[in-house]
Design a protein around this ligand. Structure first.
Ligand SMILES: Cc1cc2nc3c(=O)[nH]c(=O)nc-3n(C[C@H](O)[C@H](O)[C@H](O)COP(=O)(O)OP(=O)(O)OC[C@H]3O[C@@H](n4cnc5c(N)ncnc54)[C@H](O)[C@@H]3O)c2cc1C
Length: 380
């Protein structure tokens, strides 16, 4: 019986493990899911935590409760991958051998990569940080808030824009918007990497009275002086600094031959096979693909890996060789005041955005609750 090992119990790994369990017969393969945490996190909910609109305790569930019975769950942190012996090692020295491997260890934030970041900046990209930011916002009585992106790539690319729109609404509700100067920063020459999204978002930011600072690549934070400094030489004063920290792949992948120095795995954009390794695939945030690091990306990638892996295992690769990931991503874009827009795109079709509407906002609200039943389980 073949051993399939899936690393990472987030959106991508949980879904792949469940789909494999559905697709393959018990005698064909044993499916083992390895994850550092016994909880499965719904990260999109962290966007609402700083505004007191979401209780972080509702945003995680026991990973075991989301898995098909056939999937063997091992809780442990992978610290080494040996592609020659086809083994992974966990921090407690457990060794797991694999015939087929799926990498889905996501991305992690690295605030320590920017001097002064940890002492001077807030963010909402972990459960704990989102909760701390909630406390900081509650204490805020007016002044300068700088919100931006501290390094590329980062996950859920629209989240900082969404956060800015929701912050404008939050400050208005608290009647301190007129006492607050909001500045949004972005590392490129427009407010978002995708042109059509930037074209829609920039007028909205202007309409809400948000200052825009493009070409702002965060170099350091000076917590004493309360200054965010860019590589381009711009200094921004702040009373509250909210920056997306730099992101990295999992530690055991950083500098590994299958990945780059930052841990992004070298992945074929159509087959999702790790380049040069016919029995290893990668999905979700951990790939080096030039597309959004998003849960929906992992969601659309998973079936491609399952079909290809099953084909390889059954020796009928030619029959499934057509299964390809075409770069499909779908993201909601909250614009505040109970409205949202939606981005739907792939490698060859850039997103066309609709006017923000209540309808789409409520769709996102429903999706946030339905996620547990639809996505990791493979129902959707
Ligand atoms: C604030 C915020 C808002 C977001 N909003 C959206 C949104 O609206 N729509 C959307 O599509 N996406 C959104 N995302 C992004 C989305 O959550 C991620 O892109 C998605 O979770 C990626 O799935 P993944 O499986 O690659 O990684 P993850 O879901 O992060 O899972 C990685 C898993 O790997 C495990 N792991 C890590 N290292 C190791 C190791 N060494 N050994 C073993 N296990 C390990 C972790 O414990 C975790 O279980 C948002 C993210 C944030 C932070």
């Amino acid at each position: 019986m073949k051993q399939i090992v899936v690393l990472g119990g987030g959106t991508g790994g949980t879904l792949v493990a469940n789909l494999l369990a559905k697709k393959l017969k018990s005698k064909e393969a044993q499916i083992t899911l390895v994850s550092a945490s016994n909880r499965h996190l719904y990260q999109p909910g962290w966007l609402y935590v700083p505004f007191g609109k979401q209780d972080p305790r509702t945003l995680s569930r026991p990973l075991a409760s989301l898995l098909r019975k056939r999937v063997k769950l091992v809780i442990g942190k992978v610290c080494r991958l040996d592609t020659t012996t086809q083994e992974v090692e966990l921090e407690d020295h457990t060794i797991l051998a694999y015939d087929y491997l799926v990498l889905a260890t996501g991305s992690q934030v690295a605030p320590e990569d920017i001097p002064g970041f940890s002492a001077g900046a807030h963010y909402f990209y972990t459960e704990e940080a989102a909760f701390k930011l909630h406390a900081a916002l509650e204490e805020f009585r007016g002044g300068k808030i700088v919100i931006g992106v501290g390094g590329l790539p980062y996950k859920c690319p629209v989240a900082p824009l969404e956060f800015t729109f929701l912050l404008d609404e939050y400050l208005t509700d608290r009647k301190i918007r007129d006492k607050t100067e909001l500045t949004y920063t972005f590392p490129l020459n427009r407010v978002f990497s995708i042109e059509s999204v930037a074209e829609m978002a920039q007028p909205l930011l202007e309409e809400r009275g948000v200052n825009i600072e493009t070409f702002f690549n965060l170099e350091e934070v000076l917590p004493e002086e309360k200054i965010a400094r860019s590589m381009e030489g711009t200094d921004l004063e702040y009373d509250l600094l909210i920056m997306v920290p730099p992101h990295r792949g999992a530690k055991f992948l950083q500098g590994h031959p299958i990945a780059d120095e930052q841990g992004w795995v070298k992945t074929d954009r159509f087959t999702l096979q790790v380049k040069g390794y016919p029995n290893i695939w990668a999905l979700g945030d951990t790939t080096d693909l030039p597309i959004s690091k998003a849960g929906s990306t992992a969601h659309f990638e998973a079936p491609v890996i399952v079909e290809r892996l099953a084909g390889r295992l059954r020796g009928i690769e030619e029959e499934v060789g057509e299964e390809k990931y075409e770069g499909h991503v779908m993201c909601f874009l909250e614009t505040g005041y109970n409205k949202a827009s939606m981005l739907n795109f792939d490698y060859t079709h850039p997103p066309k955005l609709h006017e923000p509407s209540r309808h789409v906002h409520y769709e996102k609200m429903v999706f946030n609750k339905a996620y547990w039943y639809l996505v990791p389980t493979g129902v959707l």
